[in-house]
Design a protein around this ligand. Structure first.
Ligand SMILES: [Zn+2]
Length: 268
């Protein structure tokens, strides 16, 4: 039933009416495509950003966008190589991320080096992300959606670091980076003025409301993932999965290959 203002008085519950109206508005939302000027893509681990968004980042860098990666942990845990030391693994992960981001056309990669697999939504983490946001001053932030706890169909439990990265980033974007009285020492001691992010793009494997055609960059995305040799020594299955995933998302928008996000345009 189409809801109109005239029908308002006939609805017994105003809450239900408003919920339905909200649903109708959301269902009609069509986001205006745009090319970001400055992007900050945030991941818990080296490879997270490339897995979820490298195709889009490559499209944007090709249009002149300034791309920054921010990796929150040191990647010091995920190996079965008994001979590998923590120092070697951290250095390897960072080198691989640098190589991948260069392929994508990123300007820089930043590392916060929190302990791998132990990431928590703390005051310090929020402040560290807030600092980078105020330094880089992105119009667009890309990060994993913290609401994804598991994806039953894919037999996937989302890594707790991913959820912490997403939640801390959302908190940093709004309201912490925006308000000069939040972390005032960033302003007073580090001369980092408040900054308002315009667009948030959340990586979510199950739901999306915004798609980007990555037909021209999918193979570069796969090549970038291949730079993470220590995590993907054999890219065969990963490449097949990425092509299939991109084709599925592309079919929703009429392109051959796409990436999808939950887009939030932050209110002015
Ligand atoms: Zn990860």
């Amino acid at each position: 039933m189409a809801l109109t203002i005239a029908s308002f008085s006939k609805v017994s519950c105003k809450v239900c009416y408003l919920a339905n109206l909200r649903y109708a508005i959301d269902a009609m939302t069509v986001f205006e495509p745009y090319i970001p000027k400055i992007v900050l893509a945030i991941g818990a681990h080296a490879d997270d950003i490339d897995f979820g968004a490298a195709g889009s980042l490559a499209v944007w860098s090709g249009h002149g966008a300034e791309i920054h990666y921010l990796v929150l942990t040191d990647g010091s845990k995920g190996t079965s190589d008994q001979a590998m030391t923590t120092e070697q693994l951290v250095a390897t992960r960072q080198a691989e991320q640098h190589e991948a981001s260069q392929l994508i056309g990123a300007k820089d990669v930043h590392f916060l080096a929190y302990e791998d697999s132990m990431l928590e939504v703390t005051h310090d983490l929020k402040k560290d992300i807030c600092r980078v946001i105020r330094q880089i001053r992105p119009d667009t932030v890309v990060v994993m959606d913290p609401t994804v706890v598991y994806v039953a169909d894919q037999g996937m439990i989302n890594h707790p670091d991913h959820r912490a990265a997403g939640q801390a980033t959302l908190d940093a974007v709004y309201p912490l980076a925006r308000d000069h009285l939040s972390f005032p020492d960033l302003v007073q001691a580090e001369h980092l003025d408040p900054h308002k992010v315009e667009h948030l793009l959340l990586i979510n494997p199950e739901k999306q409301n915004y798609y980007i055609d990555i037909t021209s960059t999918l193979e570069r995305k796969i090549e970038a993932l291949g730079c993470h040799h220590s995590q993907f020594p054999d890219m065969t299955h990963i490449a097949d999965f990425l092509r299939q995933q991109a084709a599925t998302l592309g079919s929703k928008t009429g392109s051959q290959y796409a990436e999808g996000f939950v887009r939030i345009d932050c209110p002015a």
